[in-house]
Design a protein around this ligand. Structure first.
Ligand code: SF4
Length: 387
């Protein structure tokens, strides 16, 4: 084996081992010896999440849920820094991001910047409308915690475009934010809140020129997507959550009314507007879904140019699924191993996404599996339709 091939083989094996480790961290969580990790509880993004770089790779993991007290993983002081341990075994160097400096600032009307947008590792994230038309109705998505942080007064209900621009400028200048992820609760309007997210994106772009991802439900009039693009949004997340229609009906009744085909229609138009790989969808594993339907949905989405951001369920304490556990690592890994080579074969990897959750990839291990397959053409034979 040539030195180059040998290096590549070693790198592939490391990425595979890392992918497995990330999968286990996202199942069991990590106990933290000292309360030094900035995390968050509730909300619409990586809720109940500790966030670190592990050997340079970003990862989020559960750290506040009860089951984390049984995790074999611990984050401990290691000289001047931190390290991750499984029992007594030191697994690798960890970097715990310091409290962002912009968190100490407030707006002229006295709102702390951290209530307007949070820094998730290097990505600034905000839920611009922190209420959802479905909350506390039979339509509320069972995995969602959007209004929990609002009820706990850790955020404000509506973030104005000017406030977001002010915070984004500070996050970029003081803390090195590299992109912005904007999401919203669904509104009753025909655009489902997409236009307001777009206006927020425009203000941020004018102030910082950072790439912005906007997340929203499929608008009734898909022409809204062109307006959102014209407002400066770089990529969009339109999240089906699961490709299994029975599970969708049980966990997200309002999304089920849009239906799987409704999402594909929205994605098709979105890919025309934003380009291949700049449209993504969450695909949550561990809600009782049929793996075959899930893989078939991912394959169809990838063929269309949509990045399926496959993640394990992270039950948010206080949500309607708060008593569940994340799914077993063997199952999650088996799905990554089928989706990742198909993404690579179609040239649709997380590294090419300009902004947002799929770009960051810290809530999934899919990116690590993509990297392991990228330079190993033989492995690409393990494609989705081989079951
Ligand atoms: S549509 Fe569902 S996931 Fe989105 S904010 Fe509303 S309840 Fe949460």
């Amino acid at each position: 084996m040539s030195a180059t091939a040998s290096d590549r083989f070693g790198r592939d094996r490391r990425e595979l081992a890392l992918g497995r480790l990330l999968t286990e961290l996202q199942r069991f969580g990590v106990q933290v010896e000292e309360p030094a990790v900035e995390g968050r509880k509730g909300g619409a993004g990586p809720s109940d999440a500790g966030m670190i770089w592990l050997e340079g790779v970003p990862v989020t993991f559960p750290f506040a849920a009860d089951y984390v007290t049984r995790s074999p993983f611990t984050l401990r002081r290691d000289g001047e820094g931190w390290a991750l341990y499984r029992g007594r075994e030191r697994l690798g160097k960890a970097v715990v991001p310091p409290r962002p400096r912009y968190y100490d600032l407030t707006t002229a009307d006295g709102i702390p910047y951290w209530k307007i947008a949070l820094l998730h590792l290097d990505s600034l994230a905000s839920t611009v409308i922190q209420t959802c038309a479905y909350w506390a109705t039979p339509d509320q998505c069972r995995f969602c915690g959007i209004q929990l942080s609002l009820e706990a007064e850790r955020t404000i209900a509506v973030k104005r475009p000017g406030q977001l621009a002010e915070v984004a400028r500070a996050a970029k200048e003081l803390d090195g934010a590299v992109d912005v992820t904007l999401t919203t609760g669904s509104t009753r309007g025909r655009d489902r809140g997409a236009l307001y997210v777009g206006r927020c994106a425009r203000a941020i772009k004018e102030a910082t020129d950072l790439p912005v991802q906007a997340q929203f439900e499929p608008p009734e009039d898909l022409g809204v997507l062109e307006t959102v693009k014209a407002l400066g949004v770089d990529s969009v997340g339109i999240h089906i959550e699961t490709f299994d229609p029975e599970v969708l009906a049980r966990v997200a009744p309002a999304k089920a009314r849009t239906g799987v085909e409704g999402y594909f229609r929205a994605w098709e138009r979105a890919v025309e507007v934003f380009g291949r790989g700049q449209v993504s969808t969450y695909v949550i594993l561990g809600m009782g879904e049929d793996p075959g339907l899930t893989l078939e949905g991912c394959r169809r989405a990838i063929d269309m140019g949509v990045y399926p951001f496959v993640v394990p369920l992270r039950p948010i304490p206080g949500s309607l699924m708060g008593d569940l556990l994340p799914p077993p690592p063997d199952y999650v890994e088996s799905m990554y191993r089928k989706v990742a080579p198909y993404l690579v074969a179609r040239g649709l990897t997380s590294g090419a996404v300009r902004a947002g959750c799929a770009r960051c990839n810290a809530c999934s291990a899919l990116g690590a599996f993509e990297r392991s397959f990228r330079d190993a053409p033989g492995r690409r034979l393990t494609v989705l339709d081989q079951g």
